[in-house]
Design a protein around this ligand. Structure first.
Ligand SMILES: Cc1cc2nc3c(=O)[nH]c(=O)nc-3n(C[C@H](O)[C@H](O)[C@H](O)COP(=O)(O)O)c2cc1C
Length: 173
């Protein structure tokens, strides 16, 4: 505990102490994946924690698996996150966005496109998961081709980010 309240440098961030908030899915985003109106309030209320890590945020449509999770792959998503970062920064905090592609832990009920989930292999996890229609078995995913794996990883890699990513990057602070 002697180090807990001492400052630490993390990359180019100077943190005032060593407490961080773990990523926690909130399922409060708008149906299109834009962070909801509560998000700036929720995160800025916690801004005295040295580093906030957001709820898992899908980097692409197929990356979603849980209901009402936020995305960061459209201009509307980025504008929604901008409101969050502005509120957190105004309260003196720092925030990282967690990119989360859920892979096979997804259900068509939980996505706007209702497509079969995608994963490296067509193997169902053999579990139930929470959906907008209650607990349902997680379906067998469609196996991605090698080219599709590259396309899936692409938006997550800084060097391959699509046009919105310059702005995505600036959302991080
Ligand atoms: C409600 C809830 C939502 C969570 N959502 C995420 C998430 O979106 N991304 C993630 O990496 N972990 C998620 N977790 C896991 C937590 O970040 C954390 O790793 C976990 O609670 C274990 O923390 P502990 O080791 O301090 O007990 C979630 C946990 C809870 C309780």
């Amino acid at each position: 505990m002697t180090q807990l309240w001492s400052p630490i440098k993390l990359g180019n961030l100077q943190l005032p102490h060593r407490l961080a908030m773990a990523p926690m899915t909130r399922s409060r985003a708008k149906p299109d994946g834009t962070p909801g109106d509560l998000a700036p309030e929720y995160y800025s209320q916690r801004a005295t924690i040295a580093l906030l890590i957001t709820e898992g945020t899908q980097p692409s449509e197929d990356g979603q698996g849980y209901p009402n999770t936020p995305g960061i792959y459209t201009d509307e998503h980025v504008a929604g996150w901008r409101k969050v970062t502005d509120a957190v920064h105004a309260a003196g905090g720092r925030l990282f966005v967690q990119f989360m592609h859920v892979g096979r832990r997804s259900h068509p009920e939980n996505t706007a496109h209702h497509r079969q989930p995608v994963a490296p292999s067509a193997i169902a996890p053999g579990e139930d998961m929470f959906t907008s229609k209650g607990m349902l078995p997680v379906p067998q995913p469609r196996a991605l081709t090698t080219a599709e794996v590259r396309q899936t990883v692409g938006p997550i890699r800084r060097s391959r980010l699509p046009s919105t990513t310059t702005r995505n990057r600036s959302v991080r602070s």
